[in-house]
Design a protein around this ligand. Structure first.
Ligand SMILES: NC(=O)C1=CN([C@@H]2O[C@H](COP(=O)(O)OP(=O)(O)OC[C@H]3O[C@@H](n4cnc5c(N)ncnc54)[C@H](O)[C@@H]3O)[C@@H](O)[C@H]2O)[C@@H](O)CC1
Ligand SMILES: Nc1ncnc2c1ncn2[C@@H]1O[C@H](COP(=O)(O)OP(=O)(O)O)[C@@H](O)[C@H]1O
Ligand SMILES: [K+]
Length: 519
């Protein structure tokens, strides 16, 4: 896993390193610009012959613009014809950006013009499409939405150019949240080149869709070991290798016994999906607890999975006298209301690992605090989708949904971390960007975007399978944050392995192949 540093964390780190005297801001800017130039050469080998090539570099009023002047210089030195446009007054640039502006402009007979940003649209109309446009207007310093003329210059340039590159992050996106500040510009570039670490905004919200490729350039800043305030990205290529391995001497009870509670007749499919997922991910045994009226329906559709009758919370208490049940899953298809609330309370009082999903969450919409009082400090994972999250944490959901006028905007990381602290247990908020937070503040991000895109996962029942994966891993003894992280990665991996046409039933069946590939 790697850290995702916010704009503020990057600034603090950079200032500390510069303050320590080992490097100057100017040197970091040179390395950043060189990194962008090298990434362009690598990503677009068809541009290697600079003869007759035209680039347009859009520079902003801060250090992101400074990086742009370095890139302009390197492209021109390589033989490109380069136009540079600047937003704002050159005289107001911060020192390092001003130095690179001066180097670009040159002196005496070699003096070069710098256009203003409002000359960009007429330039493209007159000259035709450039081969390359570089967006160095705003990076991590963006504080408010772009004005309409800046959006227009970006849009026309990006849409016209054969190749488009953003320096650090596409201008207009908040680096911490991935939201557009102000009006959404909904632009996409071919390549984004960022520095030191990726930022949350490259993965969350609109940020996950705003670039087709992301390259992270090492600019020589020392790597910090993960601290509790850092969000970690689940990005290792073979992340769940440890889950794929089992102790050769293990007994089935050594891998735990998962109990999945089912809804009534006609509503048992969700529990069966979760149960099969728990078994496939390696729980030693899995039992479905069914209300008596659904016994026949479930019995005729299961084989390796076992069945026990559970009419009510009292019956659940009796079943849980068997201490070998190590993890419970409640919610998929369970029904909303008092029966579910009492089953949840019984499950939580039994002191096992518990996954609460779907109806088990919605059943507490009227009084979320009564749920939080019961889960606080226990090995519990809540797995809401956006709607369920809004029922339990309406204020946080509202903060996440609100249009962000100023930056840095509230991010999915911020709200899920706050939710986990409030609930006192691990919270996994689903979506193409999934954020998982532990109550102690640790946060993991998984984004099904770019090379890990899995749009086929947005299918009925996929969430039930995810709940089953988390349950199975907790039955095997993984702590909540680890179980939720591995389940999320494997869930997407299964969807990617199966590909188009995926339905929820296919996910557990794709898992053996995915696990085998990890060994
Ligand atoms: N932090 C680091 O370690 C490094 C940063 N570098 C570059 O520096 C960038 C950050 O530089 P800055 O902090 O100067 O920030 P930016 O260059 O992103 O922008 C800041 C400037 O834009 C203004 N501004 C913000 N939002 C605006 C809006 N909507 N309309 C008009 N003006 C607006 C601000 O008042 C400020 O003048 C990074 O994205 C990266 O490109 C690199 O040079 C290398 C190292
Ligand atoms: N665009 C997407 N890309 C990747 N995964 C997605 C996308 N949309 C949804 N998902 C995932 O699909 C699952 C859907 O779960 P959920 O909303 O609970 O549906 P259901 O209740 O039908 O099972 C979640 O794991 C979620 O993270
Ligand atoms: K940019």
């Amino acid at each position: 896993m790697s850290n995702l540093m916010t704009g503020g964390q990057m600034r603090t780190h950079e200032q500390a390193v510069i303050g320590g005297g080992s490097v100057t801001g100017l040197a970091l800017m040179q390395r950043a610009g060189q990194g962008v130039f090298d990434a362009i050469s690598q990503a677009f080998p068809e541009l290697s012959d600079a003869c007759g090539r035209r680039a347009l570099i859009l520079c902003g009023p801060g250090n992101n613009g400074g990086d742009g002047f370095v890139v302009a210089h390197l492209l021109a030195a390589a033989g490109w014809a380069v136009d540079v446009a600047l937003l704002g007054e050159a005289g107001h640039l911060p020192p390092d950006a001003a130095a690179n502006h001066a180097r670009w402009v040159g002196t005496g007979a070699k003096r070069r013009d710098v256009l203003s940003l409002d000359q960009v649209v007429p330039l493209i109309a007159a000259q035709g499409a450039p081969d390359l446009v570089v967006d160095a207007v705003f990076g991590t310093g963006l504080r408010r939405g772009l004005s309409a003329d800046v959006v227009e210059a970006l849009r026309v340039s990006i849409e016209a150019a054969r190749h488009s590159v953003a320096v650090d992050i596409l201008s207009g996106l908040c680096a911490d949240s991935g939201k557009w500040l102000g009006q959404a510009a909904d632009l996409t570039v071919d390549l984004t080149v960022t520095f030191h670490t990726a930022k949350p905004g490259h993965y969350l919200a609109a940020g996950g869709r705003a670039t087709r490729r992301l390259v992270i350039v090492d600019i020589g800043l020392p790597v910090q070991s993960a601290r509790i305030e850092d969000a970690e990205l689940i990005d290792a290529p073979a992340y769940s290798g440890e889950v794929a391995r089992k102790d050769p001497a293990s007994h089935k009870y050594g891998s735990g016994h998962a109990l999945v509670l089912s809804g009534g007749p006609g509503r048992t499919g969700a529990a069966r999906l979760a149960a099969r997922a728990a078994l496939r991910i390696g729980a030693g045994l899995v039992t479905i607890a069914v209300p008596p009226g659904a016994q026949q329906e479930v019995a005729c559709q299961i084989t390796a999975i076992m069945l026990t009758r559970v009419a009510d919370s009292e019956a659940l208490g009796v079943v849980l006298e068997d201490k070998r049940y190590s993890a419970l899953c409640l919610g998929p298809g369970l029904g909303v209301g008092e029966r579910t609330r009492s089953l949840v309370s019984e499950a939580l009082s039994a002191g096992r690992s518990v996954v609460l999903d779907a109806d088990a969450l919605t059943s507490f919409a009227d009084d979320p605090m009564s749920l939080f009082e019961q889960v606080r400090g226990a090995d519990v994972v809540l797995t809401p989708h956006g709607g369920e999250f809004a029922r339990l944490f309406p204020d946080l959901a509202e903060q996440l949904r609100a249009v962000a006028e100023t930056g840095p905007a509230v991010s999915k990381i911020d709200v899920v971390r706050a939710a986990a602290a409030r609930a006192g247990c691990t919270v996994l908020l689903k979506g193409a960007d999934t954020v998982i937070a532990a109550p102690d503040g640790r946060v993991r991000v998984h984004a099904a975007c770019r090379e890990r895109a899995a749009p086929w996962l947005a299918t009925a029942g996929a969430g039930d399978v995810l709940a089953g994966f988390v349950t199975g891993l907790m039955a095997r003894g993984l702590e909540p944050l680890e179980a939720a992280s591995h389940a999320t990665w494997l869930h997407v991996e299964c969807a990617r392995a199966f590909g188009p046409g995926l339905i929820a039933e296919d996910l557990p069946e794709a898992l053996p192949g995915v696990l085998k590939a990890l060994l």
